[in-house]
Design a protein. Sequence first.
Length: 244
Amino acid sequence: MKKVIVITGASSGIGEATAKRLAKAGNPVVLAARREQRLQAIVADIEAIGGQAAYLVTDVTQREEVQALADLAVEKFGRIDVWMNNAGLMPQSTFDQLKVAEWDRMVDVNIKGVLYGIAAALPVMRKQQSGQFINVSSVAGHVVHAGSGVYAGTKFAVRAISDGLRQEEAAAGSHIRVTVISPGAVATELTETITDAAAKKRIDALYDAVAIAPERIAEAVDYAIAAPEDTSVNEILIRPTKQV
Ligand code: NDP
């Protein structure tokens, strides 16, 4: 069955790869991010292969904009089967540098953006008595390193929020599924958000050595969505084979 799929952070990397894979399989996709030209180009690519796609320029830190995204999906395609909270950034640095504006930004996008997505899509899914959240955490949602404290904190939070939601929806019998996708190093633009030179050097070296393509993560998302409705894939932890 074809599903209506909303993806935040769809203008590059994992979100773009997932949108293209799922649209190619015939699912209507609704794309969100801030860079409009990127979104337009991805929609054009999808339409060129006969897929259905729409986009809305959305900053996930603005609750009204995330609500408008949900409204657009329902208006255009009638329902929301999957909502993928994927937008995120990773400006890693040590605490002593006091890059407080970057801490704020990570909390706003990586945590509050996910919460706003839940607030926008949950009422629609409750009404449908079906739906699935795909919340993107990270290996950093399991493991902390010096320099990754705030980023890891946001990704631990994504896992906690997701499991709280999962338990509530299971108890309510709402047929809503919650899946966490926790990737290791993936070759995307994410590392460009790092402003600290030492952290950038360390992470670029890791990514240059081991990172896998975003299409690998798109395959994992596809698997979680395709599971039979009575089965909830709760988390997929997926690393490059060479990542320690
Ligand atoms: P990219 O930088 O390629 O993608 C990040 C996406 O988030 C972009 O589409 C960007 O779009 C969007 N975004 C950033 N801020 C906002 C905002 N305020 N509102 C809306 N969209 C926003 O990196 P990835 O594809 O790697 O990242 C996707 C997710 O995967 C993130 O949550 C990241 O933490 C997670 N992840 C990535 C890993 C990796 O190694 N790459 C590993 C583990 C997890 P725009 O700038 O146009 O708004």
